[in-house]
Design a protein around this ligand. Structure first.
Ligand code: AHG
Ligand code: MN
Ligand code: MN
Length: 342
């Protein structure tokens, strides 16, 4: 395949995208540089003193892995100097991250999950970085605040993820389809490897942590039983694949088809809406899923239509092939109608 770099692809194929400006190209370039540094640290984690936990607990109430912190610091350090952002938000930071006055600012807002799947890192299982980009809406005269980030995913100008695995990949969209690039470490460039990714309309795999079975409501159990049983469109049970890193489970669903589910559960009273975060996980992946011909729902609403109330809102997530996600939505709909007539 002819070697197409991200910069070339952006210029050649995204001209009609509002994102294809010099500022955006610079933003993506600095994101890519950050990811190359994170990739190097992930790939050498066993040789550096970056395995294990820091002993800290983050705003999510989760144990912080050393690589979480290192990835977060790498992204903040790099992106605050990019000269294209007016602020950032990270899964690991309670509040927004302002750009210090000594650095130039720009029109974009960046949200990221610096290291997704970090509980897997010590076992050398795929992890990733997820990012979401908005253009600032409110005038510069208004001091940037968390409010600038509380927008529905439909307003994103770009979204994507880096996947650190057997190869390091970048998958992104600017609203003109979904495109995958693979890092050639010999030249240090991401080269186009998966042009215009389309998700299969129906798959054969479902992906969910079934250990939550006892914490699910009746509708969710019926959803999962649909995939476990033979009374479905396949006429046989779906295969179950669950890595435990959202980026890896999503990437497989995007390429092979099928559905990833993280339903609401009653395991943690402090996380009543489910585990995954809207702004830095569900919303960017929903943009990608829809751009590839898939669907993303919280079981009732389109993920991209949901406006967060806080930076760290959580949502249930059902994402993947249209056939499976539509089926899930209809099962929840049937249960809501039954409940309303009860
Ligand atoms: P993060 O490492 O950024 O906190 O994300 C972890 C998430 C996501 O990657 C994955 O889908 C989910 O946690 C797995 O949760 P369970 O271990 O509860 O299945
Ligand atoms: Mn995550
Ligand atoms: Mn994370």
């Amino acid at each position: 395949m002819r070697q197409v770099t991200v910069t070339e692809h952006l210029l050649l194929h995204q001209t009609q995208s509002p994102a294809a400006t010099g500022q955006f190209t610079r933003l993506l370039y600095d994101l890519i540089l950050s990811a190359k540094i994170v990739s190097r640290n992930v790939n050498n984690a066993g040789l550096l003193d970056v395995l294990g936990a820091t002993g800290g607990i983050n705003v999510q109430g989760e144990a912080v892995q050393k690589l979480d912190e290192l990835a977060n610091k790498t992204l903040i350090h790099r992106m605050e100097r990019a000269g294209v952002l007016c602020a950032m938000a990270s899964e690991e930071n309670a509040d927004i991250i302002r750009i210090p006055d000594r650095f130039a600012k720009g029109d974009y807002l960046l949200i990221f999950d610096p290291l997704d799947g970090s509980s897997n890192i010590d076992a050398n299982i795929n992890v990733g970085t997820i990012f979401s980009i908005f253009r600032r809406e409110r005038p510069e005269s208004v001091d940037v605040s968390a409010e600038d980030f509380l927008r529905p995913g439909v307003e994103q100008v770009a979204a994507g993820y880096f996947l650190y695995g057997p190869s390091t990949m970048l998958v992104y969209t600017t609203g003109q389809g979904v495109h995958g690039f693979t890092l050639d470490p010999t030249v240090g460039e991401f080269l186009l490897s998966h042009p215009d990714i389309r998700i299969p309309s129906q798959g054969k795999i479902y992906s969910v942590n079934e250990s939550n079975w006892h914490y699910w409501d009746e509708a969710t159990r019926e959803v999962v039983e649909y995939f476990k049983g033979a009374n479905n469109e396949l006429g046989r049970p779906y295969s179950l694949r669950y890595v435990g890193s959202l980026v890896a489970d999503f990437h497989r669903s995007l390429l092979y088809g099928g559905v990833f589910l993280y339903p609401m559960d009653y395991k943690h009273p402090d996380k009543p809406r489910g585990k995954l975060r809207l702004l830095c996980e569900a919303s960017p992946l929903a943009f990608l899923a829809e751009q590839a011909g898939g669907l993303a729902s919280d079981g009732t609403r389109r993920i991209l239509d949901i406006t967060p109330k806080t930076l760290h809102d959580r949502v249930p997530l059902f994402i993947g092939s249209p056939s499976e996600v539509s089926r899930i939505i209809s099962i929840y709909q049937t249960h809501r109608e039954k409940a309303s007539h009860a």
